[in-house]
Design a binder for this molecule. Structure first.
Ligand code: HMG
Length: 389
């Protein structure tokens, strides 16, 4: 078989956002700390009747505009904000999208890294059965404690990708570089709904993992730093991606000017600045941002990807943009989705932050709020009920 990779890619985010100027004003700090310091402008806030399942289904639905969802042989669902310890969120999505009863479904977890694991596993499955199509979805709601350093890096989003032979968007190369180390930079014990974070340490481990994964990549791939035209990084906030790229350029003793280095990442940061962290989805929403916002034809260009998941597991991998990819994008739908969002006041943000969290079988009926295609209608008898909006 000639190649395997991303054939279609679509993302979804909530219709609510908080401008970080509003958060800065509430905290009585300089908004430039957010806009310049961490490079973020807005955080997407999930509606009350929205969760990783509804976001995932809304991200994937456009992929089946012109073809049947029955073709999917496997659905790999990556998340770190799971709604159940046992049942995969993907099984709810299987019903909402009308996937075939013979489709395999499983959920994967390793912080923000799991979507990359899902993509690599999907490539392996397609290599084994070249006529198959694997659906990879990553969906997360990034929520931090109020008044914590992480609060400004909250966000939410889902990405859905079809992985196929002879893909229309990106061929993914077989060589990768991995790095794993048992560290406590960011984690969320089962009894908490926000993570415990050692923020500064997490940024250091992220950069160390980048170096280690890159070194491992160089041992198996013939590609060098200068072979890449663009780079996509895991984006907890956009400045992290810029810092990572400068770090990688320095490791490679690259003589490029800072402006050139920034040009290799800036289009991948656009959506992240408007959404915030979307954890497992962030790297691939960054890739979508690059291919939908770059003014030039990127066909034939090499893209370097760095995936990082706290705890930690990291991977550097590469791919090549396919000729004619622009004809297969959902750029207009994404632009309209982002333009139509509703800006929250600080009090509305706090109301959404304190989302009802039913305990011990308590019933909750959710008033319609999301403008997404699917919504969580109620939770009763410990069961979540999803409907089409
Ligand atoms: P902080 O400590 O409050 O911020 O939060 P700071 O004081 O370090 O300031 C940030 C930057 O803003 C600094 O620039 C300041 O100088 C600048 P830098 O030194 O970094 O270049 N600054 C200003 N700039 C302009 N005008 C001003 C101004 N004031 C300050 N007035 C921290 C930063 C990262 C700690 C926080 O956001 C945090 O804890 N975030 C959550 C953890 C995180 O995102 N870590 C990233 C790596 S780990 C990761 O990516 C994995 C993750 O996605 C989870 C997963 O894998 O599941 C998080």
């Amino acid at each position: 078989m000639s190649s395997v990779g991303i054939d279609q890619i679509s993302f979804y985010t909530s219709n609510h956002f908080l401008d970080l100027r509003t958060l800065a004003s509430a905290h009585k700090i300089d908004p430039e700390k957010y806009y310049l310091g961490i490079g973020q402008e807005k955080i997407a806030m999930a509606a009350h009747d929205e969760d990783i399942v509804t976001m995932a289904a809304s991200a994937a639905a456009p992929l089946f505009k012109d073809e049947s969802s029955k073709i999917i042989s496997t659905l790999l669902f990556a998340t770190e904000t799971s709604i159940d310890q046992s049942k995969s969120a993907g099984v709810y999505v299987h019903r909402l999208l009308g996937l075939h009863e013979n489709c395999r479904v499983v959920e994967l977890k390793q912080a923000c890294y799991s979507a990359t694991a899902a993509v690599q596993m999907a490539c392996a499955l397609v290599s084994r059965e070249p006529s198959s199509t694997v659906l990879v979805i990553a969906s997360d709601i990034a929520k931090y404690d109020l008044d914590s350093p992480g609060e400004a890096t909250q966000g939410c989003g889902a990405i859905a990708m079809l992985i196929r032979a002879n893909p229309k968007i990106l061929t993914i190369d077989p060589h990768v570089g991995n790095y794993t180390e048992d560290v406590m930079d960011f984690w969320r014990p089962n009894y908490r709904n926000t993570p415990i974070v050692d923020g500064k340490y997490s940024t250091k481990i992220y950069l160390k993992s980048l170096k280690k994964a890159w070194e491992n990549f160089c041992q198996s791939s013939h590609l060098e730093f200068n072979d890449f035209q663009h780079f996509c990084y895991h984006l907890p906030f956009s400045r992290m991606g810029q810092k990572a790229h400068r770090h990688l350029a320095k490791i490679n003793k690259c003589p490029l000017q800072m402006a050139d280095i920034d040009a290799q990442t800036q289009h991948s940061l656009i959506y992240n600045k408007l959404l915030g962290n979307s954890y497992a989805a962030a790297l691939f929403i960054g890739f979508t941002s690059l291919i939908e916002n770059h003014p030039s034809d990127l066909a034939g260009q090499k893209i370097g990807f760095f995936s990082y998941g706290s705890g930690c597991v990291a991977e550097f991998f590469s791919g090549t943009i396919v000729q004619g990819y622009q004809e297969h994008l959902f750029s207009d739908e994404h632009r309209v989705m982002l333009e139509k969002r509703n800006e929250l006041t600080y009090d509305e943000y706090l109301a959404l932050y304190t989302v009802p969290d039913p305990q011990e079988g308590e019933s909750v009926v959710f008033a319609p709020d999301t403008t997404g295609r699917f919504r969580l209608a109620k939770i009763s008898d410990h069961k979540r009920e999803y409907v089409q909006s």
